[in-house]
Design a protein around this ligand. Structure first.
Ligand code: GSH
Length: 126
């Protein structure tokens, strides 16, 4: 079972590498704005989780760099996810706004919709 899971994990990572979307062509101003925005976000994830891959690919497509924490191997990250978000489930996006308030968002579709919404004013401003 462990071997099958290991092989599946490798397949997921190979598929991710082969289907990596190109970053969009952005102005220096847009790139800077996306970098500033991304400072609010940390993605808690497992490397070979297909739902996490979906979020990573979406962020690449947007040109939004995302800091990631491995909640499988990094025990401090795992503990932070459990304490902050309430459960060990990935992907989970930690959002810290300018006032220092923190939200933990689960569900890959919700995370992607949120990132699309947050980046739209930057990306659509050409
Ligand atoms: N519907 C969720 C599924 C996420 C999910 O099942 N993640 C798995 C890893 S691939 C997980 O965290 N499992 C642990 C658990 O559910 O407790 C999403 O789209 O984000």
């Amino acid at each position: 079972m462990g071997v099958i899971r290991w092989i599946l994990g490798k397949i997921i990572l190979v598929v991710e590498a082969l289907t990596k979307p190109k970053s969009p062509k952005l102005s220096a101003e847009q790139t800077q704005a996306l970098e500033r925005l991304s400072e609010q976000f940390t993605l808690y994830q497992f490397a070979a989780c297909p739902f996490c891959v979906k979020v990573r690919q979406a962020s690449r497509k947007l040109g939004l760099p995302l800091a990631v924490k491995d909640a499988k191997r990094d025990m401090a990250a795992r503990q932070a996810l459990e304490q902050g978000g309430g459960r060990i489930k990935v992907p989970c996006l930690r959002i810290e706004d300018d006032a220092g308030d923190t939200r933990w968002m689960y569900e890959s579709d919700d995370i992607i919709a949120y990132l699309n919404q947050q980046t739209a004013p930057i990306i659509n401003k050409i």
